[in-house]
Design a protein around this ligand. Sequence first.
Ligand code: ADP
Length: 614
Amino acid sequence: MHADPQAQSVLESITDAFFAIDGDWRFTYVNRQAEVVLGRGRDELLGRSLWEAYPGLVGSRFESVYRRVAAGGATETVTDFYPDHDRWYEVHVYPAAPGITLYFRDVTERLKADQAVREQGERLHQALQLLEGVTEGTEDLIAALDPDLRYTVCNAAYRRNFMRLFGRTIDVGDSMVEALAALPEDQAMAVALFSRALAGETVHVQCEFGDTAHARRLFDQRFYPLRDADGRIVGAGEVAVDITDQAAAERALRESEARFRTLADNMDQLAWMAEPDGRLTWVNQRWSQFTGLDTEALLDPVQRRSVVHPDHLAPVLAHWAAARERGEPWEHTFPMRRADGVDRWFLSRALPIRDEHGAIVRWFGTHTDVTRGRETEAALRQADHSKDEFMAMLAHELRNPLAPLRNMLALLERRQDAELLPKALALMGRQVDQLGRLVEDLLDGARIKSGKIGLKRERLDLTVVLLAAVETSRPLWEPAGHELALALPGEPLWVDGDRQRLEQVFTNLVNNAAKYTPSGGRLRLGAQVTGDAQVLVTVADNGTGIPSDMLDQVFTLFSQVDGQSPRAQGGLGIGLAIVRSLVQMHGGRVTAHSDGPGRGSEFRVWLPLDGAPG
Ligand code: ADP
């Protein structure tokens, strides 16, 4: 090849390999780069036959290409790998009439890049397929949007939900903004969330979505930016979980727990729960209030057990352990100690709670305060007993006046002499009076019980009433040889009351003082005004006295102090009950005092003074 020097220098300077072969297949030109590719110096090659210099070419696919081009064919290009160089060349074979020129372009880098792109594409494809496979099976909603808020990914669950919530289909390529056009609020919310992710933020929220005409559901959602290899944000991803049912279940659980606590804390019983081994794990507020123990103290068996009355602890523990062992409901009645040290009786019950296999998982128990029931029962028994005694006494009291009456009648039947008559009349009159008094007392007792006593009120001077009472009961205290001291103020004591009933009150008290004091005793009746506009009347004696545990009880109907000295005039245990009722009806109160048996008694009655000018 006889190129001019300028062309030659151009050919030399190009970085691709270039050489020429003439019509006899001899090298006529080899540039510097071609020397590298051919692996030989141009001195060695120029003038030599191609087939001779590279016998390996004979029979190769290159030979047929070269010959085709040399025979006047069109330019051809062959790409091949040159293992000696570890490079790929794109060989352009040009016809050169005669001969051919070959131009080697090193395409290794380009091919590598192509290869990389292809491989990446394949990996991406695989990844997408994998993603599709993974996400189709899941109930998690997965989607990705490009910066224009168009879907680039939306899995089956997402598409299903979209249909359920908004009643329309959605697919890759759709615009989210358009898809949600009918629901501006949901649209605005979704746009805002995706926009935050597109701005680089990772967002975790719980939001409700959906057209109420279809469904409205609560989702736990995560939005995050999608970045390319260089860290540029190219989209936003969303992974969401429908938590509607879960939230409803949690709410229901919370509500039922709250209901249980309210119930448990407001019930009258002390309630508790225990492990199968008997350890307490929970108590309601009442339990803590009653025992004064906080939940921490529960953990300490010594403190916990201190709640049970010490005399009952051993049997209670044994009983409870036996119930646990047998897995049977437990029931036991025993006293427990309140925080202030007072013992109350409780009916305790516990039921085993079992799992689906029948194994006991815990015990639920209650303590019901039965103290009042027990007291009522005891009171009823006492009342019943008192009534029996009362009936016996009543019969006795009624028979006492009857016997002399019957005797006297029999006597009069036999001898109707005038001498006997006045004596007989006096005796019979006394006995009939006594009978009348008993009947009156009985009637008053009955009226008190049924609340049928009415007061005829007037403004009256209590000192006058007191003096009248002293006179009425004179037949009792005078014959007994009692001395009665009066301590009344010089001026009137005005009260608003029923004259007859108040006289009955004080006659009863003076009668009692006389009755329950051995002959020759000292009685005292006093009255004084107190600081708070009341009058205090005291009726005192130095007689049999009252045991301290009876001081309150003497005021209950039919109650009498056992074993008192023989009663002068008898009685039905009604008097003081009438006294208390009448005093209370007058707005006052009455109390009994005594230093004990044999040391006398004092009854104090307070009545409000009538302040109105008389
Ligand atoms: P009664 O005198 O008819 O038995 P009361 O209701 O008047 O009934 O009194 C009830 C009981 O209270 C009496 O039975 C007696 O035991 C006791 N009692 C009342 N007054 C006195 C008193 N002054 N001294 C001692 N005991 C008394």
